[in-house]
Design a protein around this ligand. Structure first.
Ligand SMILES: *Cc1c(COP(=O)(O)O)cnc(C)c1O
Length: 389
């Protein structure tokens, strides 16, 4: 032990499962092999021009060079509330039911700090976005993992959660449309979640980063559409995926004013809000971004419609995404998540993500992202055909 020994909370971080794969990726690249990276969930197209232009203008305005207000510009919060009204029919008070975030990851990571005490339990989907578990750990809480299984439509079986766990549980994290499984939840699931949360006095924290990346014209819903949901729900929304803005770091949380306020208290003490010029660009996106979002959805849907039949022609059995830009694929017989990823990488130069990186229940799957052009996706399919498995 020295002064430089990492804190117990950092030491307790889950092992980084991709280190070996990262090393192999370097090796494959060094061999001069052409790599098709379907690993990262980061849009490959640029942010729409009108958003960039708004940012350019606002960056030159001196008032934007000062500290922003912690909770977000009133105009940004009003734009977010208006967007929620138009998209979901949910009415929100911009004054106390909306807070701007430095990307929704920031809000999700800080939220448990506001409500979780050491010993409290947080219900976390498995597989899932790793931040729910890590934020729980950082706040001294304990994650209880809820397996998401194909036979249940990748929805958690709430009635399987033991009573002794529920007695200590405080927050229920859900995420639909879901990363990594691409599953979408319907109204009856949200009704069940809300009734369950009422029964066990839970807070529902819903990660809705992908509500706008939907296919076939079927729009996913917000849990806040349900009557009474504002009593115990908060939703984390993001401009990242909807408008190709992952690098900008802007999102927002909405819902119950005490939950939004608690998150705001943490933020007031650790960050100083979002650069105002970015908030102004965010307003432009929320007010005038529908056409751009439509084009983005169309791009991913076209890619999905190349990748899915391609994978099936290889004898694989992928889940058909109705939303998100991910494809969740069971590995063939004789492989694990890691060994199949390694096979695709070292033999075909195709980068994918092993499902166990999202939790123990992700074992037996890999994830491909639809973040490459159709031609590259076709090429990936042909390479897999050639190497076999
Ligand atoms: C991308 C992503 C986010 C976070 O996006 P931000 O860029 O931080 O807004 C949140 N949740 C899930 C499941 C994601 O995939």
């Amino acid at each position: 032990m020295s002064r430089f020994t990492l804190s117990r909370r950092i030491q307790a971080l889950p092992p980084y499962l991709f280190a070996e794969l990262d090393r192999k990726k370097q090796e494959v690249r060094a061999r001069g092999m052409d790599i098709i990276d379907l690993g990262v969930g980061d849009p490959d197209h640029p942010t729409p021009g009108f958003i960039v232009n708004r940012m350019k203008r606002e960056a030159a305005v001196p008032a934007n060079h000062q500290y922003p207000s912690y909770e977000g510009l009133p105009e940004f919060r009003a734009a977010a509330a208006k967007w929620y009204g138009e998209r979901f029919g949910v009415s929100l008070d911009p004054a106390n039911e909306v807070v701007a975030l430095i990307g929704s990851k920031e809000g999700i990571a800080h939220f448990p700090l506001a409500f979780v005490n050491p010993g409290d339990v947080v219900l976390v989907p498995d597989p899932g976005y790793p931040v729910y578990h890590i934020a729980t750990m950082f706040s001294g809480g304990k994650s209880h993992f809820m397996p998401l299984k194909r036979e249940n439509g990748f929805l958690p079986q709430l009635d399987r959660i033991p009573a002794r766990v529920l007695a200590k549980a405080k927050i229920l994290f859900i995420n639909y449309p879901n990363n990594p499984t691409s599953a979408v939840a319907d109204r009856s699931f949200y009704r069940k979640v809300l009734a369950f949360a009422e029964e066990h006095d839970l807070v529902v924290a819903h990660d809705v980063a992908y509500t706008e990346i939907y296919f076939d014209g079927v729009k996913p819903m917000s849990i806040l559409e349900l009557p009474g949901s504002k009593k115990r729900c908060i939703e984390f929304h993001s401009l990242s995926k909807t408008y190709n803005m992952t690098g900008w770091r802007i999102g927002f949380a909405v819902g119950n004013p005490e939950l939004v306020g608690g998150l705001g208290k943490v933020k007031t003490n650790v960050d100083s809000g979002v650069f105002q010029a970015i908030q102004c660009a965010g307003i432009a996106a929320l007010e005038s971004g529908e056409e751009a979002a439509d084009a983005i959805r169309k791009t991913y849907q076209e890619r999905r419609d190349v990748l899915l039949p391609g994978l099936r022609s290889l004898g694989l059995d992928p889940v058909t995404p109705r939303a998100t830009f991910y494809v969740w694929i069971p590995v063939p017989k004789g492989y694990t998540s890691s060994s199949f990823c390694e096979h695709l990488l070292t033999r075909a130069g195709i980068v994918t993500t092993p499902g166990n990186g999202f939790g123990a229940s992700g074992e037996g799957y890999i994830r491909m992202a639809l973040t490459k052009e159709k031609g590259r996706i076709r090429e990936a399919i042909e390479r897999i055909r050639k190497i076999g498995f």
